[in-house]
Design a protein around this ligand. Structure first.
Ligand code: FRU
Length: 512
């Protein structure tokens, strides 16, 4: 018996050591330090975002066998704060020639599906089954907090012979007392709505589209949620978000949205037809999805996107993983002079990562730069909040991940063009794809000649929230690891830094 025990222990010890050696240490040069990445291999869209019993679940399109797209399965991670993630085994693997394409998850609080056990509500995942010839919608359930999943024996719940019918997003619609499912007829640029009382039997309700950006070849990953309009007491609107595989102003794939009404059957957009609104004007925000079942007491609508672009996604220079998620964001609606628009704020939990702090008030761009140098504030993980008085400058903003020899990423504002931009032309490795380099911009007003930026730098990404979240720009960058300099900058005239607060951000990965 003792011998058996000892050999089991030795075996376990060797297995554990082997695993520890094989596991990446999350210190690779381009590894994000507070954005979600899988330990290794390929990821694209976030899937099944749901909060249940104190855990935020993040499922994601995952190839368990390699670092390019294929064998699509649902990877899985959980977190208490959407920053520190615990990787769990693959939740829904490819099986029987069916790949697990994108979808969503909900808590079935009233056990409408009948899959609950012992009075506990089940978690239901709703996904697209993809075969070589068609796509259909299926469900799976879990009664152990998402640790194991059973596919429903009656799948698919929405059969089809279509090749491009996918990405189910489900939510409970209180007013009409039913589950609503949004899907896309991707190649027709339509969102197709269905309704159900039990998540198993679905009735077709309506179609929305084509609308917005044109021409784009396909629509993917829809979502729909209601939000109050912050500065219009008593008013609320529905936001329909849908991704386009191409046609984004920066080129390639991006995430559009429409503001309007939903009556339990049909969505009606208030956007002028043929005009497109984009969630993010950078080139690296796709397949945005919002978290389901965030407790009412919290009340936030939190969204997450895939920080990539289909144009070059397969080529970005990272290893042994490829693909990352954005920082989770809190979205709200606000009435601006140009209409009701989304406003975004970075996840407030990210403040927990703040380390060393630098604070400057009313200094010139040069004074700010020398202060940053003297304080040894160089870093590759940073949060920067800055308010710049543009003065007579033709362009002003921040330069980050700089090496003093021309390598840098610019986050700037051009008063003449009335836009905020990120310029990654000299950001480091850009030549892995012709469509990567460049300057990508979002229209933004600069009231009283001032522009406010809230920036997150995480090694191989910059996320910019401009004008209190009115415009966002998300971009991947691949600088040389030692390029960690940063400072405000101005061209063609004097600009001043009215306020600057910067923090070095701590990694979410424990030091080994
Ligand atoms: C969007 C998408 C989805 C699809 C999934 C497949 O990026 O094309 O439409 O379900 O990726 O991985």
């Amino acid at each position: 018996m003792q011998v058996l025990f000892r050999s089991a222990f030795i075996l376990f010890f060797f297995a554990a050591t082997a695993c520890a050696q094989a596991a990446p240490d999350y210190r690779e040069p381009q590894r994000p330090q507070f954005h979600f990445t899988p330990a290794k291999n390929w990821t694209n869209d976030p899937n099944g975002l749901v909060f249940f019993k104190g855990e935020y679940h993040l499922f994601y399109q995952y190839n368990p066998f390699g670092d390019t797209w294929g064998h699509m399965s649902w990877g899985h991670a959980v977190s208490n704060d959407m920053l520190h993630w615990k990787h769990l085994p693959v939740a829904l693997p490819e099986a029987d020639g069916i790949m697990m394409f994108s979808g969503s998850a909900v808590v079935d609080w009233n056990n409408t599906s009948g899959f609950g056990k012992g009075g506990e509500p089940p978690l239901i995942a709703v996904y697209t089954g993809h075969t070589a010839t068609h796509q259909h919608q299926s469900i799976a359930y879990s009664t152990d907090r998402g640790r194991t999943w059973t596919k429903y024996s009656g799948n698919p719940v929405i059969p089809s012979k279509r090749r491009h019918f996918r990405d189910p997003k489900v939510f409970w619609h209180e007013e009409s007392g039913q589950w609503i499912m949004l899907t896309v007829l991707a190649d027709e640029r339509k969102v197709r709505f269905f309704g159900s009382k039990n998540l198993k039997d679905w009735t077709r309700l309506s179609d929305f589209g084509p609308s917005g950006a044109f021409p784009v070849s396909n629509w993917e990953c829809p979502d729909l949620f209601e939000l109050p309009v912050e500065n219009a007491p008593g008013e609320s609107k529905w936001v329909l978000q849908v991704d386009s595989g191409n046609g984004h102003p920066a080129g390639g794939s991006g995430c559009q949205y429409f503001v309007g009404g939903f009556d339990g059957r049909r969505f009606r957009s208030d956007n002028p037809p043929e005009s497109a609104l984009w969630v993010d004007y950078g080139k690296d925000f796709y397949a945005g999805q919002s978290w389901s079942d965030v407790p009412a007491a919290d009340g936030r609508r939190l969204i997450l996107g895939w920080m990539n672009n289909w144009r070059y996604a397969r080529r970005i220079p990272t290893s042994p993983w490829r693909g990352a998620m954005t920082l989770p964001r809190e979205v709200s609606l606000r009435r601006y002079p140009e209409g009701i628009r989304l406003r975004q704020a970075p996840l407030r939990e990210a403040r927990k990562l703040r380390g060393e702090h630098l604070s400057l008030r009313d200094v010139s761009v040069e004074e700010a730069a020398s202060e940053i140098r003297e304080r040894n504030f160089d870093a590759d993980t940073l949060e920067i909040e800055v308010e710049i008085e543009l003065g007579g400058a033709a362009e002003a903003g921040l330069s980050v991940r700089a090496n003093g020899q021309g390598q840098r990423t610019l986050i700037g504002y051009s008063p003449a063009l009335g836009h905020l931009f990120v310029d990654r032309a000299a950001s480091g490795a850009t030549d892995f794809h012709d469509d990567f380099s460049g300057r990508h911009a979002a229209r933004l007003a600069a009231p009283e000649g001032k522009v406010k930026l809230h920036v997150f730098v995480d090694r191989s990404s910059v996320e910019v929230f401009g004008g209190d979240g009115r415009a966002t720009i998300t971009e991947r960058i691949f600088p040389d690891p030692p390029s960690q300099g940063w400072s405000p900058y101005a061209n063609g005239g004097a600009a001043r830094v009215a306020r600057l607060d910067a923090w070095k951000l701590r990694s979410v990965w424990p030091r080994r």
